[in-house]
Design a protein around this ligand. Structure first.
Ligand code: UDP
Length: 340
């Protein structure tokens, strides 16, 4: 293929992980060439086979650590990388409180090594996996991109710091085009049942926990508080299907190719759903029981969190399409087949 009609080649760091693997499927289906870099810290090689089975397309896989300069050199010298989607990083809030240095070291090092290598090889386009956790606590919903920032744990702080590093880098490099996607609560799985989320040990997040209860691996769900000022007293969040989220990355990539500078964009559905609403939807759509008990509030939890999604719609043309039933059905379908 001649250089003029070569398809853009996208490096996906953390491409074997939960959101990364779904994004790789969307990229391959859209005709991009893909190089995945992953060290399987929080992912499994089976995800790579699943991507091939879903898309009937191939990609380059490089096993290694994105914080390792030699490894990054190996990738950028062997492939003409046109853009990067950067997922690689540690992501467990509780663990980040217990092991802050591990989180700062890993999440910042991976990003700095990546940015240095991109600069050396003249690669200017990046989509970064940020999080709604960068926003300061707010009584009023929805959260707008212009809301004040403020984090309450080292994980969130690494996301905020990386957004800042990207901002400074974009400011210094007139060719840079960076897009930070601030995800709300990604859940669900690929409808094929081949890709999904299988956290190590007891899950912290609601949806994987419900799946473990519904499949009989955990006795019951603990609902953290029913005395919040919400529809039914339980916490409300903006859950987004991982396939929708993956599609948002494609839209962000196309946006990054069209402009320069840095932008920060919420990715959610714009709707809040309570814990008990999720439980009810899960039971109804999957015809299973989800036993639960109401317990104390979880320290640090907020009553309500959801996104204003109008900016994503305006600049990316992105609107989430899948609903809570889709999320519950696909999460269960994957859990039944794969969760240990
Ligand atoms: N939650 C719950 N029981 C659990 C896990 C979560 O009641 O075992 C609630 C939690 O209090 C919050 C919602 O479910 O209201 C989403 O929690 P998750 O940890 O998935 O996301 P985050 O709190 O980070 O938005």
């Amino acid at each position: 293929m001649s250089e003029t009609n070569r398809k853009p080649c996208i490096l996906v760091t953390g491409g074997a992980g939960f959101i990364g693997s779904h994004t790789v499927c969307e990229l391959l289906n859209a005709g991009y060439d893909v190089v995945i870099a992953d060290n399987f810290f929080n992912a499994k090689p089976e995800a790579l086979d699943a991507i091939r089975e879903i898309t009937h397309k191939d990609f380059v896989f490089m096993e290694g650590d994105v914080a390792d300069h030699e490894f990054m050199e190996k990738i950028f010298s062997a492939h003409k990388i046109d853009a990067v989607i950067h997922f690689a990083g540690y992501k467990a809030v509780g663990e980040s409180v217990a092991k802050p240095l591990m989180y700062y070291r890993n999440n910042l090092d991976t990003t700095l090594t990546l940015l240095e290598t991109m600069k050396k090889y003249g690669c200017h386009h990046l989509v970064f996996s940020s999080s709604a956790t960068v926003y300061a606590e707010s009584e009023s919903m929805p959260l707008y991109e212009s809301n004040p920032l403020g984090t309450s744990n080292p994980y969130g702080e690494t996301k905020r710091m990386i957004e800042r590093i990207l901002g400074d880098t974009a400011h210094a490099d007139k060719d840079a085009s960076f897009v930070c996607l601030r995800y709300f609560n990604p859940v669900g799985a690929h409808p094929s049942g081949l890709l999904g989320e299988d956290p190590n040990g007891i899950p912290n997040n609601l949806m994987p926990f419900i799946v473990k209860v519904a499949t009989g691996k955990i006795e019951k769900l603990r609902v953290f508080g029913n005395d919040y000022d919400t529809v039914d007293g339980t916490g409300m969040r903006d859950y987004i299907h991982v396939v929708d989220l993956a599609k948002a990355h494609l839209a962000a990539l196309e946006y990054a190719f069209k402009r320069t500078g840095i932008d920060y964009i919420n990715i959610g559905t714009g709707n809040g759903t309570s814990v008990l609403q999720i439980v009810e939807a899960f039971k109804k759509v999957n015809h299973v029981d989800v036993p639960y008990e109401i317990t104390e509030r979880r320290p640090g939890d907020l009553a309500k969190v959801w996104a204003d999604t109008s900016y994503a719609k305006r600049v990316l043309g992105f609107t989430a399409e899948k609903n809570i039933e889709d999320m519950c059905r696909d999460a269960y379908n994957y859990g039944v087949k794969h969760m240990k």
